[in-house]
Design a protein around this ligand. Structure first.
Ligand SMILES: C=C(O[C@@H]1C=C(C(=O)O)C=C[C@H]1O)C(=O)O
Length: 257
């Protein structure tokens, strides 16, 4: 979706979240073709490169540095949809930005969730020496997930400006975290999302043959429930946490409220 010309409404934002589901599923399928390669996650294994930390951290750091440099040349004025939004929502939604002031530190959480609870479920626990390829796919997957979770800021802004505006304002004034969480939660949207993800994982996970063939779970490139479980346990809760954090700070920008 072209966010430079598309008006951001809750509907267009939700469409983008749906589209990101595809990116996330394919990123995991891409990662799954390589073994886990635990060495890329092991601190100091690549010390000889002059970087203390894991190879994945090194890789991510370098890629994000380039992104940050590119971003510096892009004036915020070129992003019409953010003009009237408070600072914390300024794009883009990639990694280092997420550590911006006011943002909760989703990235450290995300990295540890991804390495502990996702990679071991989709990769063979082996070492095939494809360190560069595996780390590249990790970076892709983490950036998609990060973008998705930080889209919570846009979701929150749209909800804040929607029909429940006055209720949001009251809850924010009371700094009522639980109340905000309840108001922004849409159980129906979440249920439909999880059902859709299970279908997508089944369809996208298949090896497509020239001839019709029975699809069996055993032939899927990643286990069927990994994606929906990941969303249910981590992605949706983190997105909502971003929404709440964003809203709690929303009235500090009263002139733009
Ligand atoms: C994203 C939204 O807000 C909340 C978060 C959701 C999510 O992370 O997928 C889904 C529904 C809501 O509980 C939404 O309402 O669409």
């Amino acid at each position: 979706m072209d966010f430079l010309t598309t008006k951001l409404t809750l509907d267009t934002i939700r469409q983008e979240l749906v589209r990101l589901e595809d990116s996330i599923i394919f990123a995991l399928i891409e990662r799954a073709q390589f073994a886990r390669n635990a060495n890329i996650y092991s601190a100091n294994y690549f010390e000889s490169m002059g970087f203390t930390g894991t190879f994945l951290q090194y890789f991510l750091h370098e890629i994000e540095s380039v992104h940050a440099r590119v971003r510096r040349y892009t004036s915020p004025d070129e992003y019409p949809f953010t003009k009237n939004l408070p600072d914390p929502v300024l794009p883009p939604l990639q990694f280092p930005q997420l550590l911006a002031p006011n943002a909760i530190n989703v990235n450290d959480q995300l990295m540890s969730i991804y390495l502990t609870n996702i990679v071991p479920l989709i990769c063979t626990d082996a070492d095939d020496s494809n360190y560069g390829s595996a780390a590249t796919k990790d970076v892709d997957a983490l950036q998609c997930l990060s973008r998705r979770i930080h889209f919570g800021k846009f979701v929150a802004e749209a909800k804040f400006n929607g029909p429940e505006h006055d209720r949001y304002v009251a809850l924010i004034k009371a700094q009522d975290r639980d109340g905000l969480m309840e108001l922004l939660t849409n159980v129906d949207v979440e249920k439909r999302l999880l059902a859709r993800l299970r279908r997508k994982a089944l369809v996208y996970g298949q090896e497509i043959e020239e001839q019709d063939k029975e699809v069996s779970e055993a032939h899927l490139r990643i286990p069927l429930d990994v994606v929906s479980n990941m969303y249910e346990r981590y992605v949706i809760p983190l997105t909502k946490e971003v929404e709440v954090e964003y809203l709690l700070a929303r009235l500090q920008h009263v002139d733009k409220a």
